[in-house]
Design a protein around this ligand. Structure first.
Ligand SMILES: C[S@@+](CC[C@H](N)C(=O)[O-])C[C@H]1O[C@@H](n2cnc3c(N)ncnc32)[C@H](O)[C@@H]1O
Length: 539
């Protein structure tokens, strides 16, 4: 019998020693077992396509107990996933456990077995997960802790991301949305990895190889350092703003450009853009007539003008638009501008009716550009066919009697809404003018030419003809090539007189130097120039 004598230890000590030895052996065994289990678990995960791939950034089980998952999460949105995908997670982080961080560092996916997953404190783990249940370890800024989400609340998904080395890596994440913060019962959206977004044209341009740029010419004295870029953005901003306003009513784009001098944008202090609307604040009329006074048609499609009730009060019963919605009235014989009654909101027909054109959104894109002699003007970037309806002259409606008191520049954006009156008649009490100085649309930039390529007619659809509040509608009086200035005759009565004189054999251009009071020299530069123009349109 082999008796060991522990001379310097008591029996109690011996017992302690044996216990301690047994414990150490147990720990050793459990360590070895742990390594085997980790290996087994890793294999399993690989088999199901969920674990780190062979030769990846080598995440290992079991996780160290003090390994901080949160330390591995990024403070920005998608990069958390991206950094994992590209294997750039800090090595100290989560010491090698396959935790997949999602979103703004608030959600961490933990693939620990429940046995190895230890709640960091009782406050953090509200509901320990059932055995063998993968858990989504969630940390929220509100709770400042991690919470277990039960398996049935988790929807695991996998997506493939390109790595920095050009390979594909599958990354898994939780698609459970919205998930519930168990401890606080709050609804949160599960942050999703952002798929790479389509770059805007501007961004794409920035990716082009950098072109060598010749040095800029010396600056003019006094020019401010950043003035050119500041001015550029001002023009772009105005183009974007007006386009946005136009788009609200479905109209095409508006852009500003200047190839003549360095004026950035036209003077438009506090101007309000109105593509199709009017400001009626200055007059008693609301700008809209009551349903009871309208005539309306009951055909689904207005095929013949004779059958369209809206035309019944017109002297000349015919549609003024052809099948392409082009304006076809022959205004040559008329002393007054043509008057069109379009179908209205009470008619049975829809917007495809042939008798609805001026009321539809503008289709022609507009460029407002600097002219050489007449300030800013308007044109289109596309060819425009004869008869195309271009837009309405919008602005503030004022009484004609008030408009007549205006002088000089204050009057230069006024356009009389004569409607049905003859030029020889005294304007009635109830006659109006559109003033586009403070509000209106691109048509306020239309300059005058004695050989104009666009003309105007009056049209109603939300008022009746008797209200004397027709819309002034511009249309192309000829085919107009792209980037040709749109011009209108501010003084059509003068044009008629001029024409009449010419037909009587009087010399063209007579009176060129005799500029009437209130008129200015005309800069249209055409062969038929009458020599002067009033500052505002007199229709
Ligand atoms: C309705 S605004 C037209 C837009 C203006 N060009 C601008 O830059 O704001 C009318 C003013 O343009 C100028 N204008 C237009 N056509 C002109 C012409 N043919 N000759 C001289 N000035 C003209 C006149 O100063 C007129 O008062």
């Amino acid at each position: 019998m082999n008796i060991q004598i522990w001379s310097d230890t008591s029996l109690v000590d011996t017992d302690t020693r044996l216990r301690s030895q047994a414990y150490e052996e147990k720990v050793e065994r459990s360590k070895r077992k742990g390594v085997r289990m980790a290996e087994k678990l890793r294999k399993n995960l690989r088999k199901h396509g969920r674990g780190p791939t062979e030769g990846s950034d080598g995440e290992e089980y079991p996780p160290p107990r003090n390994g901080s998952v949160r330390a591995s999460t990024s403070s920005t949105r998608a990069p958390a996933v991206a950094s994992r995908a590209s294997g750039s997670a800090p090595s100290s982080v989560g010491q090698n456990r396959p935790s997949f961080s999602i979103g703004r560092g608030t959600t961490t996916r933990d693939r620990r077995t429940p046995q190895t997953a230890q709640p960091r404190s009782s406050r953090q783990s509200v509901h320990p997960p059932p055995a063998n249940t993968p858990a989504c370890l969630v940390q929220s800024p509100e709770s400042d802790g991690e919470e277990f989400i039960p398996k049935d609340m988790i929807d695991w998904s996998a997506r493939t991301y390109p790595t920095s080395k050009g390979k594909q890596r599958e990354v898994q994440y939780c698609e459970t949305e919205p998930y519930r913060s168990i401890s606080k019962g709050k609804q949160k959206a599960c942050p999703q990895p952002q798929p790479s977004r389509i770059r805007s044209a501007t961004e794409q341009n920035t990716l082009k190889p950098v072109r060598k740029i010749a040095p800029l010419p010396a600056r003019r004295q006094g020019a401010s350092r950043n003035s050119s870029s500041a001015r550029l953005s001002e023009r772009d901003a105005l183009s974007a703003q007006w386009t946005q306003m136009a788009k609200l009513s479905g109209a095409a784009t508006i852009s500003f450009m200047n190839e003549v001098d360095d004026e950035e944008i036209p003077p438009l202090d506090g101007f309000c853009y109105l593509e199709k609307d009017f400001n009626y604040d200055e007059i008693e009329h609301s700008g809209r007539d009551l349903k009871e006074v309208f005539l309306y048609c009951d055909h689904r499609i207005c095929e013949y003008a004779e059958e369209c009730n809206c035309q019944s009060t017109q002297e000349d019963i015919r549609f003024t638009y052809d099948e392409y919605r082009h304006f076809i009235a022959n205004e040559e014989d008329n002393d007054v501008s043509p008057f069109v009654v379009e179908c209205n909101e009470y008619c049975a027909c829809d917007k495809n009716c042939r008798n609805r054109v001026a009321q539809l959104p503008r289709k022609v894109p507009i460029e407002i550009f600097k002219t050489r002699k007449c300030g800013w003007g308007a044109r289109s970037s596309v060819d425009v066919e004869k008869g195309t309806v271009l837009g309405l002259y919008t602005g503030k409606i004022i009484y004609r009697r008030d408009a007549e008191l205006l002088k000089g520049e204050a009057k230069s954006f006024c356009f009389d809404m004569d409607g049905r009156e003859s030029p020889d008649e005294e304007p009635s009490e109830e006659s109006y003018t559109v003033d586009a100085k403070a509000c209106g649309n691109w048509t306020r930039f239309l300059n005058h030419s004695c050989a104009a390529n666009i003309k105007v007619y009056s049209a109603v659809w939300w008022t009746i003809p008797e209200s004397n509040l027709p819309c002034l509608v511009y249309y192309a009086a000829a085919d107009i090539p792209a980037r040709t200035e749109f011009t209108v005759d501010y003084n059509p009565s003068q044009a008629r007189l001029h024409k009449a004189n010419a037909s009587k054999g009087k010399k063209k251009g007579k009176g060129k130097n005799k500029i009437p009071e209130g008129a200015i020299p005309c800069e249209c530069g055409t062969k038929v120039c009458r020599g002067w123009v009033t500052e505002a349109c007199d229709n």
